[in-house]
Design a protein around this ligand. Structure first.
Ligand SMILES: [Zn+2]
Length: 312
C-alpha cells in the first residue's frame, strides 16, 4: 500500500493506493495560513484514520509519495523554493518525518510533475513519451516528459516554470519576480484585477458571485461584453503559453489540466486554432487534450513515483 498525498494551496488530497488503484481518498482543507507545520499534523491525523478504517498495518506501507506546490529537490526530498505557500516547509525534513511517523520511505516531487506522471501512466498520456502539461488554476503550473523521462534539470526546475514564461514584455510584475508571465497575465489570482482594470467594470457584474473562471465563462457565453473580452484575453495568453511549451520541448502531446478546464469545450478549440496558426511544427499537428483523470492524476503519479523508485 502506498500513501499518496497531493498538497495544494486550498486542499490537501490524501489517498491509499494499491496496484495502481486508489482504495480510498479524501481531501482536507489546508491550514488557513498555509503553515506547513500545522498542515502536516492534519495530514497525519487523516492518514491514521484512513489506515485504521481500512485495516492497513504500518508494515504494509511501502512508501509515501508527496506532490508539493513549489520547487522540490527530488533526490534529497527537500522543498527548495515556495511561492507564498507553506514557506516553513523549507526547513522540514520529510525523510525523518516518514521514518519516525510511519517507518517508511518518502518520495517528494513538484505537484505539476506528479499530475503529469499520473496522466502519462494512467490517463491522457498513456503510451506517449514526449508530453508537456500545463495546469491552469490559481496559478499556472507545468511539467515535461521528454523521451519517457521527467525533465528535471540541474536545479530541479526544468520544465516546471511554464507558467512563468514571459508572454508580455510590458506586462505586470509576477509573484515570481519576472514581468508579464503567463500566470501574471491570466490566472485565477489575476482575474479580479483584470476585470476591475476595465472601464466597463461595475460591481454588479459579479454581485453575489464568485470571481472565478467558471462564472467568467458563463457570463461570456451569455453575451457579457466585459466577460467576453477578459475571457478572450486569457485564452490568447494561454495559447501563447502552450506555443511556448511546443517551441521549448518539442512534445507530441500537450495535456491541459487545472480547475479552469471545466470550460474545456471553449478553451481547447480556441487554443488548437491558435496553435495551428502560430506554432512552428513542420512535422504535423500536435495533439492537445484535457487531462483525463484530473481528480486522481497527482495521487496516481505519487503511487507511480514511489513504486518505480522502490524497484530501482
Ligand atoms: Zn512569474
Amino acid at each position: 500500500m502506498v500513501i499518496a498525498i497531493d498538497i495544494g494551496g486550498t486542499f490537501v488530497k490524501i489517498g491509499l493506493v494499491n496496484n495502481a488503484e486508489i482504495i480510498v481518498k479524501t481531501a482536507i482543507k489546508s491550514h488557513p495560513k498555509i503553515v506547513f507545520q500545522n498542515t502536516i499534523k492534519d495530514i497525519e491525523v487523516t492518514i491514521n484514520n484512513l489506515l485504521k478504517s481500512h485495516s492497513v498495518a504500518q508494515r504494509d506501507i511501502e512508501g509515501i509519495g508527496i506532490g508539493f506546490p513549489g520547487l522540490v529537490d527530488s533526490i534529497k526530498m527537500k522543498v527548495l523554493s515556495t511561492n507564498k505557500k507553506y514557506d516553513d516547509s523549507l526547513a522540514f525534513n520529510f525523510i525523518d518525518w516518514a521514518k519516525e511517523t510511519y517507518n517508511t520511505s518518502v518520495f517528494l516531487e513538484n505537484d505539476a510533475r506528479m499530475a503529469l506522471l499520473g496522466e502519462w501512466q494512467y490517463g491522457a498520456g498513456k503510451g506517449i513519451d514526449n508530453i508537456a502539461m500545463l495546469t491552469f488554476g490559481t496559478g499556472v503550473g507545468s511539467a515535461t516528459i521528454i523521451n519517457g523521462k521527467l525533465l528535471i534539470g540541474k536545479h530541479f526546475q526544468a520544465g516546471n516554470l511554464g507558467g512563468h514564461f514571459t508572454i508580455n514584455v510590458n506586462g505586470a510584475l509576477c509573484t515570481c519576480g519576472n514581468l508579464g508571465c503567463v500566470e501574471a497575465e491570466a490566472s485565477t489570482w489575476k482575474l479580479g484585477e483584470l476585470l476591475k482594470a476595465d472601464p466597463r467594470y461595475t460591481d454588479s457584474l459579479i454581485e453575489g458571485n464568485e470571481l472565478d473562471f467558471e462564472s467568467l465563462f458563463k457570463y461570456a457565453e451569455e453575451g457579457g461584453e466585459l466577460s467576453l473580452s477578459v475571457r478572450n484575453h486569457c485564452l490568447e495568453v494561454w495559447s501563447a503559453g502552450v506555443i511556448n511549451q511546443i517551441h521549448a520541448y518539442d512534445p507530441e502531446l500537450i495535456i491541459l489540466g487545472g480547475g479552469v478546464m471545466k470550460s474545456a469545450d471553449v478553451i481547447i478549440p480556441f487554443i488548437k486554432n491558435n496553435v495551428k496558426k502560430h506554432a512552428w511544427t513542420p512535422w504535423g499537428d500536435i495533439k492537445i487534450i484535457q487531462s483525463k483523470i484530473p481528480n486522481r492524476s497527482a495521487l496516481l503519479g505519487a503511487y507511480y513515483l514511489v513504486t518505480k523508485n522502490l524497484k530501482n
